[in-house]
Every structure is written in C-alpha cells, then in structure tokens.
Design a protein. Sequence first.
Length: 261
Amino acid sequence: MEFDEQKLRAYYANPPEDISLESIDLGRIPRHVTLIMDGNGRWAQAQGRPRHEGHIAGVDALREAVTTSVRLGIDVLSAYAFSTENWKRPQEEVNLLMHLFATTLLKELPLFFQENVRLRFLGDINSLPENTREVFEEGLAKTASHTGMEFALAVNYGSRAELVRAARLVAKDVAAGSLALDEVDESAIAERLYTHGLPDPELLIRTSGELRLSNYLLWQLAYTEFYVVNKHWPDFSRWDMLRAICAYQRRDRRFGGVSAS
C-alpha cells in the first residue's frame, strides 16, 4: 500500500533514544502484520483498577496501531480480539466486551473513512449478540468500497474451528461434484478459511510476554516471524510497532531453505 512519507515522518517525530524511523527500511515493510493483544486485564489489575478499564484502555492502543499501520503503508493489519474460548470468561466481562465492540466500532468509523481503511472480520460473527452483529455488518457495508489498508478483526474466532469449517466446506463441495478429490490441495483449504484473499502474516506481535499462539491462525502463521514484547497491550505504542518491524527486518527468512549468506 502506498503511504504519505510526509505524514509518516511527522507521525514519528521526536523518537526515543533506542528507535527511530531511520532504523527501518521503508522498502521492506511487511505486507501483513497481525496482533495478539494480550494483557488488558492484567494491566488494569496491576494499577488496582477493575479489569474492564483495561479493555477500554486497549481500544486506544488498537486505534494507534491502526493509524501506525496506515502511516507505514502496511497492506493488512489483523488483530485477535475475542476467541471462541473467551466465552468461558465471567458473563459480566463478556457482556462488556460485546458492548465495547459495538460502541467502539461506531466511534471509530470516522477514522476508517479518514484513512480509507476497509473493515473485515475473521470468525463466526453470526453467533454474536444481535446488537453487536448488526453494528459489525454496518461497518462492513460502510467501508466495503474503501481501497486502503484492510483491517481484519478476529472476533468469535478459533483456528481449530476455522480448519474444521474449511474441511466441511471441502467435503461438501466434493460431495456435490463441484470439487474433484484430486483438486483438494493447500489452495483449496486456504480459499475456505476466513482469511481467504489475504496474504499470510509476515509478522506476529504478541504482548505481555506470552509465548503461545492461543488457537490463532494456526494455518496462516506457518512461516510468520514472531515478536513478543514484555508489556501489556494498553502500553503498546507506535514506537513498539517500529521496534517490532526493525526486529523483523533483521531476521533471515529461509522458508525451509538455506540462507543465501
């Protein structure tokens, strides 16, 4: 995606001592960056505040991540917001999250218009509460014609469930005769995932220092570079994004082959 270098340099003015825009190669920005936004509740608890305040603070960090990604010219930003396992949380917290999703999306629509961001959802949003689902569908419809960065939010998403769904779709098409058995390959599976049409993530960023995937994009992350930061999601800033991309650019990505060096 094209970016406005003047806006980018203004956005990254006054850098901290350890990182600056000059630290990265603007010609090698990853096309797809994905986020596991971990630690909202722990951020709040560490400050003696209720957990829900951590989720509210996390929205501010996500807003900055969207703006940062647009400024850097990233094609796709995806983020893990609510897993299929998160329904096990206390009902009060689940209700708050569903309300927060809906109110936040309505509030952020002007940003998506300003930055030409196209919204997409990964996961089974049909099973969400009606009010939340209707707001999500409104967001999809209103940004469908946007041609800038694609922002994919994973809500009611679980990677194992996604793979089961894809397998069922393949089996259904084979049974119907629209797909031959010998045509079932990696492409056939990928086309039936929630991420169909998107490039696989090149960079995964996870906050709170946790070293696990938490049932997220198991197929798509096969050759993704991981970057784990030891701070909770509400504290993640534009400078942390720059640090992550700088670390990514130092990696030797071999994809199972041998390094050219």
